[in-house]
Each structure stands twice: as structure tokens, then as C-alpha cells.
Design a protein around this ligand. Structure first.
Ligand code: AMP
Length: 204
């Protein structure tokens, strides 16, 4: 595929005008949060992490938190309708007008399709889906090395299994529409960051 055509399809010219809409994909422990925050700082764009938002919503016992809690605590996915509605409301907020980076969303192919459907209605488009490629064994050992309360071994294992079941079709979805950027996530964070920046600029 000619690079020029690929750039046009992925909305690259919109990217250059600084409105950047991205999703970052990777298993639990792939370094999504770290990379998302580095990238948002670089691009000066809001970081929207569904995991972090749900964690706070549960602590504060908001309506969203109450709906999500039974799933969240078991490492299960929160049902699509709850997540889709949440994302719709979040992307309508003022700070999301000039771009964003979604971390933890989409988690299912249905969420990915619904995101495109929503963006279509808003006359916006997703520029790229960044896939942090990390072997399953590395994901497991990294996740277990963290000390979050919801990172118990069975829950971590469940998340990784769920990830492979549900998230792989998302990669295919973005690959088909030529918006997938695959990055080697099994290297030091700064190197991963540099690889993302390089691939986002699509230098020949
Ligand atoms: P994370 O911090 O991204 O690993 O997310 C922690 C938990 O939040 C997951 O195990 C799910 O229960 C829930 N969650 C986060 N994002 C989503 C999503 N897009 N769809 C469904 N559940 C989600």
C-alpha cells in the first residue's frame, strides 16, 4: 500500500493539524498507561483511561461505579452498553473537542465499531490504533510484579485470557481499515515511546 494513500485513510492530514484521536491497545501489563501518559504529555491531549476512571468511580460509589463494581472486582469486562454510553458522554465534554487518547477502550470488537459509529455522527475520525505488542508470558510477570489490590494472580490471569479472547478481533478490525500501528512493547518505556512517535509520523 502506497504510504500516501495510507496517510489519507488514517486521517493523517488531520493529525498534522494537531487534532489527534488515538486508541492504545495492549494486554494488562503491556505498559499502556505509561505510554498513554507519555504520549498525551507530548501531544498535549487528554488521557482517557477507562480503567482509572472506573477505579475512581467505584471508590466514590457513583452510579457508573456501582454498575461497574461487580465486574471490575472479578476481572470481567463491564457490559458494552454501560461502557459505550460512558464513552459517548466523555467524548462530548469540552476538553475532548481537540483530540484525545483512549486507554482501555475499546476492549471488544463491538466497542470498536460503536466508537466509529459515534465518531461518524460527530463528524470525527479515529486516526490510529496503537498496538503494544508484548508476549503473554511477559504480560503475566509484569502484572504480578505490580501491587494493585485488583492484581491478584487469578484476576490477572483472567484479564490476560479475556484480553486474548476479546481484544484480538479489535486488532483485525483496525488492520482491515488500515489504522493499526504495531509497536514492540517489549523494550524500555522510552524506546517504546520513541517508536510510537516515529510510527505516528509515518516517516518513510
Ligand atoms: P484496566 O485498568 O484497563 O486493566 O481496567 C480494569 C478493569 O476495568 C477491567 O478489568 C474491566 O473490568 C474494566 N474495564 C476497563 N475498561 C473497560 C472497557 N472498555 N470495557 C469493559 N470493561 C472495562
Amino acid at each position: 500500500m502506497a504510504t500516501e494513500a495510507k496517510k489519507i485513510r488514517a486521517g493523517w492530514y488531520e493529525t498534522r493539524s494537531k487534532i489527534v484521536r488515538l486508541v492504545i491497545l495492549g494486554g494488562s501489563g503491556a505498559g499502556k498507561g505509561t505510554q498513554a501518559q507519555m504520549l498525551c504529555k507530548h501531544l498535549k491531549t487528554p488521557w482517557i483511561s477507562t480503567g482509572e476512571i472506573l477505579r475512581k468511580a467505584i471508590a466514590a460509589q457513583t452510579e457508573l461505579g456501582r454498575q461497574a463494581e461487580p465486574y471490575f472486582t472479578k476481572g470481567e469486562l463491564v457490559p458494552d452498553p454501560t461502557m459505550i454510553e460512558f464513552i459517548r458522554e466523555r467524548l462530548l465534554l469540552e476538553d475532548a473537542k481537540n483530540g484525545w487518547l483512549l486507554d482501555g477502550y475499546p476492549r471488544t470488537a463491538f466497542q470498536a465499531e460503536e466508537l466509529d459509529f459515534l465518531l461518524d455522527k460527530l463528524k470525527q475520525r479515529l486516526n490510529w490504533a496503537i498496538w503494544l505488542d508484548v508476549p503473554k508470558s511477559v504480560l503475566l510477570s509484569r502484572s504480578l510484579a505490580r501491587s494493585r489490590e485488583d492484581d491478584q494472580p487469578e484476576i490477572v490471569q483472567r484479564r490476560i485470557d479475556l484480553f486474548h479472547e476479546c481484544t484480538m478481533p479489535i486488532l483485525e478490525y483496525y488492520e482491515r481499515s488500515e489504522r493499526l500501528l504495531t509497536v514492540n512493547g517489549n523494550q524500555p518505556p522510552e524506546q517504546v515511546h520513541q517508536e510510537i512517535l516515529k510510527k505516528l509520523s509515518l516517516r518513510d
